[in-house]
Design a protein around this ligand. Structure first.
Ligand code: HEM
Length: 474
């Protein structure tokens, strides 16, 4: 079969090319080595399935960006439909359902950013809440990621369901957090790993199957979403023009469509799956990135000094940093960019699927072939980012001290399936991080700075961070 695909590493029976990926966590090196050996288009076998890997920005532009429609679909994952009860949501669906709901979610989120700027307002409420939490333990060791976690969860929950978790609902969040943590550990067990990449082989190994584990984790999540949706339904004012959260906007659209005789496109099952996708895609990515940025800064005292210098010159007090300040803080933006590049939290991207016969790099490719935009290789491309494993925010600063736009910074991916929450994520990262460092002198609590060691390929999360915070402006 290999003859029909671009050249690549020789696959082994059952496991394909997974061994080198698993061996060197979190999986970047195997892909970088193959790119050097076979070029920026090669074939990688996950179990017995071939995927064409595209691993340079130049080639991604020719394919996923300029010929976007050909790469708009995601590859079908049977386990996904199993736990959702059909083809629902936005992360794993294709065609008209996917494009309609992607557009609707994007428009709804964009509307929250206009007018009275609901999005920034909701994020700044959470920034203030993190301040209250951190201020309780000034001068003594305290844990940082947990506070960022609750804040990111509150932002996404505010935008989807219009409320934040307070004292009366904090147990609800604790349960959801435990579920998220359970989900993150599913893919760290050997059986599930094998089952994911070589289903036939994995199923023979002892232990709970991927389907069983996902069912366990999702059932309580859906209970939470369905309860929120029912609460909304009972209180909603269908005549109000402005929607204050995504669920409200969706229910209004559902009613409108039903009045026109369309009961399918905005179904209630689709709503719970959209909430599931937005909640999950939006929370762990943002929280993980906030934690990585803090970890990189604490490991680089020179960078931290420069952050403080810029904040002192531009902000100069403990007033809230807002999005209007963003252009005046190029170094802060460069630190966020470089942290995202180094954190590189998606070592192996989900595969797209060609929607028609096409040609990649001169090789004919059939409709329905898996093609992967391998962003982790681009983020570590030493032609663009020399010494790619070193943390150096200055690579994003130009000779005039301004922020440099670098196309290869593709942490939110490229093309039709690129991150739907990019605008929200960028705003959260900027507001949380710039306000955190503007308000606090942050020092690692022990003699060593936080570990930068990466864990598995599905879960590139940083280790625990304890730090001592002191107010910078009194
Ligand atoms: C630092 C934070 C984030 C990072 C690094 C990130 C990264 C990504 C990446 C790499 C993809 C895959 C795109 C592809 O398949 O090519 C993606 C997809 C997606 N992200 Fe994000 N994301 C972040 C935050 C968010 C937030 C806050 C939301 C919530 C609104 C979100 C919602 C989604 C959704 C729904 C998709 C699937 C889009 C589709 O298939 O059409 N993400 N994200």
């Amino acid at each position: 079969k290999r003859r029909n695909y671009p050249a690549g590493p020789i696959p082994l029976p059952f496991i394909g090319n997974m061994l080198p990926v698993i061996k060197e966590k979190p999986g970047y090196e195997a892909f970088r080595k193959w790119t050097k050996e076979f070029g920026d288009v090669y074939t990688f076998w996950m179990g017995s399935k071939p995927y064409i890997v595209v691993s340079s920005y130049k080639r991604m532009k020719e394919t996923f960006i300029l010929d976007g429609d050909t790469y708009a679909d995601k590859i079908h994952q049977p386990f996904d439909e199993q736990f959702r009860g059909g083809s629902y949501g936005v992360v794993d669906t294709n065609g008209h359902l996917w494009s309609t709901h992607r557009r609707f979610a994007l428009t709804t989120l964009r509307d929250f950013g206009f007018g009275k700027d609901l999005m920034q307002e909701k994020i700044l409420i959470e920034v203030e809440e993190t301040f209250k939490k951190f201020d309780e333990k000034l001068g003594v060791e305290q844990e940082i990621p947990g506070v960022f976690y609750n804040a990111s969860a509150n932002v996404i929950n505010q935008l989807i369901f219009g409320y934040r978790f307070d004292k009366s609902t904090i147990d609800e969040l604790a349960k959801l957090k435990a579920l998220m943590e359970f989900q993150e550990t599913i893919f760290t067990t050997f059986k599930i790993y094998v089952e994911f990449f070589a289903p036939a082989l994995g199923k023979l190994l002892p232990g709970k199957s991927l389907d069983e584990q996902l069912a366990e984790f999702t059932v309580d999540f859906y209970k939470f979403f369905d309860k929120q949706i029912e609460d909304h339904r009972s209180k909603i004012d269908f005549d109000s023009e402005e929607s204050l959260d995504y669920a409200e906007a969706y229910l209004k659209e559902q009613k409108k469509r039903e009045a026109e005789g369309d009961y399918e496109m905005f179904s209630s099952k689709q709503l719970s799956n959209m909430c599931f996708d937005l909640w999950l895609a939006g929370l762990s990515t943002t929280h993980t990135t906030l934690t990585w940025i803090t970890a990189y800064v604490l490991n680089n005292p020179e960078v931290q000094k420069k952050i403080y210098k810029e904040l002192d010159e531009v902000i100069g007090s403990d007033r809230m940093v807002v999005t209007a300040d963003k252009n005046d803080l190029p170094y802060m933006n460069a630190v966020i960019n470089e942290s995202q590049r180094c954190a590189n939290i998606v070592p192996l991207m989900n595969s797209r699927c060609t929607t028609k016969d096409t040609v990649i790099d001169g090789v004919p490719v059939k409709k329905g072939t898996g093609v992967i935009p391998q962003i982790s290789t681009v983020l570590l491309d030493d032609n663009v980012f020399p010494d790619p494993y070193s943390f150096n925010p200055d690579r994003f600063i130009d000779e005039n001290g301004k922020l440099k736009k670098v196309d290869e910074l593709v942490q939110f991916s490229v093309g039709k399936r690129q991150c739907l929450g990019e605008g929200l994520a960028r705003m959260e990262l900027f507001l949380f991080i710039s306000n955190f460092f503007n308000r606090y002198e942050v020092t690692p609590s022990s003699t060593d700075p936080p570990s930068l060691q990466k864990t598995t390929m599905f879960n590139v999360t940083p280790r625990k961070i304890d730090a001592i915070l002191r107010r910078r402006h009194t």
